[in-house]
Design a protein around this ligand. Structure first.
Ligand SMILES: Nc1ncnc2c1ncn2[C@@H]1O[C@H](COP(=O)(O)OP(=O)(O)OP(=O)(O)O)[C@@H](O)[C@H]1O
Ligand SMILES: [Mg+2]
Length: 285
């Protein structure tokens, strides 16, 4: 397995709270148990002259929230679709709890970048969809879906149709649907982008609490986001994708106490570190 670490110069410049992850340097299996792992994965769209990405190594541990950032078009959404096995990789393998995954699994739930709700179904039925074929008792299914709708702040809107809801509300229905599947891993593709900051903050907190709540099946989450403040608020480790074909160019560990706010000491340093990793202007300059 190829290991990507920062260039030595970058390494020494890092602050104590924003470090290249120790587990990154040695790979998965050294600390806690690995939940989701993409090993040496590559993907090419049919007919494309070169892969979207290649040699991608990424993993999540139990109770770990990771993020993937990178310029638009680098292949972040494609990577999540491969991790969910909605599309087959051209090379490499995907593992869940150490077992190779070769087809979509209810244990890996993806919230798509584009809002995916069915217009002819109510919010409740849109969420319930994910339980079709599971054999779950109707009453139990309704109770679970209502609970997940309330987690995303949509209590009382169960009977609304997508056309009666805002984009943000529809996005929350999609998050509730992903949660109702009781996944082990939640893959979140820019899930808060249509929400106002207050609502986004509430849902980020709820999702984060679900990952770390031992009463839920959720063990880890992978967030794709262009919002670096959101990334620093949520992630334990951040994979930075860049180049073409895209590779992981850096991995930044965010070691700040939780819950985190922008006012915390070190928060903006971590945001800066990510900007640097992306080769963008830093937030402070
Ligand atoms: N269905 C498709 N067929 C062919 N090429 C595609 C398809 N979907 C995406 N691509 C190409 O693959 C590359 C990666 O796309 P992807 O959507 O994964 O990027 P992204 O990093 O998620 O971008 P963004 O940040 O804008 O969401 C882009 O160059 C895009 O044009
Ligand atoms: Mg995308």
């Amino acid at each position: 397995m190829r290991i990507y670490i920062s260039a030595p110069a970058m390494w020494f410049k890092r602050s104590a709270i924003c470090l290249a992850s120790e587990s990154t340097m040695v790979g998965p299996g050294t600390r806690g148990s690995t939940v989701l792992e993409g090993r040496d994965i590559a993907y090419s769209y049919p007919g494309a002259t070169k892969p979207v990405f290649a040699d991608i190594n990424l993993f999540t541990k139990v109770d770990e929230f990771i993020a993937v950032v990178g310029p638009t078009g680098t292949g972040k959404s494609t990577l999540l679709r491969v991790l969910a096995q909605l599309i087959p990789q051209a090379a490499g393998k995907v593992f869940l709890d150490g077992v190779e995954v070769t087809r979509p699994s209810p244990k890996i739930s993806l919230v798509h970048q584009s809002i995916a709700t069915f217009p002819w179904m109510t919010a409740l039925d849109n969420v319930k969809l994910v339980l079709a074929g599971t054999g779950m008792d109707e009453q139990e299914a309704v109770a679970l879906c209502k609970k997940m709708l309330s987690v995303v702040g949509l209590q009382g809107f169960e009977g609304y149709y997508p056309k009666e809801m805002s984009g943000g509300m529809r996005q929350r229905v999609a998050i509730a649907r992903a949660l109702a599947a009781s996944p082990e891993v939640l893959l979140l593709d820019e899930p808060f982008v249509h929400l106002d900051e207050l609502t986004a903050n509430e849902i980020r907190k709820e999702v984060y609490d679900l990952v770390f709540n031992p009463a839920t099946t959720l063990k880890s989450a992978v967030l794709v986001s262009h919002n670096l403040h959101e990334v620093v608020q949520l992630a334990d480790r951040v994979y930075i994708m860049n180049s073409s074909p895209a590779i992981i160019v850096d991995i930044v560990k965010i070691d700040l106490p939780r819950p985190r706010t922008e006012r915390d000491s070190g928060f903006l340093d971590c945001v800066d570190e990510l900007y640097k990793g992306l080769n963008l202007k830093t937030a402070k300059s």
